[in-house]
Unconditional design. Structure first.
Length: 395
């Protein structure tokens, strides 16, 4: 029996990446699409929202992502400018390729912008990592998530609570498919290739004797505007980290926004070099190695909440809410907010052996991308066979 063929009347799937978290989510999807029978044809579009060329190249190399077919080169700007510029540059791509659908991941500005263009041109939208909610509308990502889900024709979720969120917003359950977490697909695929901590420190110019082999350490990331854009918030956070470092050396992979604000507010002296190693933004394999060996992670990142849960590493999230509640309910994550006493108390609990190791959530098994490929092929094939199927737009 011959292998099934990609339906002749269907165009390729346009897959969109724009910023660092998208790359980790898209890599396993592209592998699964290539391995599917029939192979699912893809056009990879990089909007250029993440505009650090060296970091882009490093991430693509680490994750073995193919080079993008198209780079829109949008670069930085306000949320409004960036979203508008992605839309303006993305529309001709849809005209040229006439895709069967546009697949977007996560919650960055590119996700929303490309979804808007596709909807206006009556091209189906597929959203991977749908239904996550912090219920904090002050977060730009929350707005992107809500609006993208309202536009999407097929919604793939990472945890079961996401479907309840979507149904509460009036989204038909028939449009939703629970597949698991593609971020964990990437982690499990790459864990054996993670960079050793000593190598990462050496490449950053940190003296070899800063961390003795086998010594415990913590990892820090901070980048959210609510945490780093006002000195009255950032200063006590840095002072708290300095106090924690007296008990546990800390490796701070510092976001450019955070670094710029620390310098602007004159807070450099709050980070004692003897106890806090400040690194530039790290590649995927370097960051994976840092987390995998850490005693704990202090972060305001959504992705790191998931990755530490998969690694069984205690995570203290410096936020009042999370759009990934499963990492708290089942995983290794604890919401500690930004009050110094709460952060220090939670840290001491981890160091005393009371940190959460959690368990791996349902379908976080490294096969989420394969489930997406199988469902997407079936869904698009059915739509092609029944051109006027309810709820699916067609070019």
């Amino acid at each position: 029996m011959s292998a099934p063929a990609w339906p002749a009347q269907l165009g390729p799937v346009i897959c969109v990446v724009g910023a660092r978290p998208n790359f980790m989510k898209m890599a396993p999807i592209l592998r699964a699409f290539a391995a599917h029978s029939p192979a699912i044809p893809v056009v990879l579009v990089h909007t250029g929202q993440h505009y650090d060329r060296s970091m882009n190249d490093r991430l693509f190399e680490d994750l073995k992502l193919p080079h993008p077919d198209i780079n829109l080169g949008v670069g930085s700007g306000s949320h409004t400018v960036q979203t508008a510029e992605v839309m303006r540059r993305f529309e001709p791509v849809l005209d040229d390729y006439r895709p069967s659908c546009v697949l977007v991941v996560g919650d960055v500005n590119s996700t929303l912008a490309c979804s808007l263009v596709a909807v206006k041109k009556e091209i189906p939208v597929v959203h991977v990592e749908a239904g996550l909610r912090s219920y904090d509308r002050r977060m730009p990502e929350e707005i992107n998530r809500v609006l993208t889900d309202q536009m999407a024709d097929r919604l793939y979720t990472t945890e079961r609570s996401a479907q309840a969120n979507l149904e509460a917003e009036g989204i038909d359950a028939a449009r939703v498919c629970f597949v698991g977490n593609v971020m964990i697909d990437s982690l499990l695929h790459n864990r054996a290739m993670a960079r050793p901590v000593a190598q990462t420190l050496a490449e950053a110019g940190i003296a070899a004797d800063w961390l003795a082999p086998g010594s415990a350490y913590g990892v820090i990331t901070l980048h959210r505007p609510s945490n780093v854009d006002q000195p009255e918030t950032l200063q006590p956070l840095l002072a708290t980290l300095a106090r924690i470092s007296e008990h546990l050396p800390l490796i701070f992979a510092m976001h450019p926004r955070t670094r710029a604000n620390i310098e602007r507010f004159g807070l450099q002296e709050l980070l004692p070099a003897a106890r806090i190693a400040v690194l530039p933004p790290q590649g995927y394999l370097e960051m994976l190695g840092l987390m995998d060996g850490a005693r704990l992670v202090l972060t305001d990142s959504g992705g790191l909440q998931e990755e530490t849960t998969a690694l069984g590493v205690p995570c203290l999230t410096l936020r009042e809410n999370t759009e990934r509640p499963i990492t708290v309910e089942q995983g290794s994550n604890t919401l500690v907010g930004i009050v110094p006493a709460s952060i220090e108390q939670a840290t001491q609990a981890v160091l005393a052996g009371a940190g959460k190791s959690g368990r791996m959530p349902e379908l976080w098994d490294g096969q989420a991308a394969e489930r997406i490929a199988a469902d997407l092929y079936a869904w698009l094939s059915a739509a092609a066979a029944t051109p006027h199927a309810e709820g699916v737009r067609h070019v």
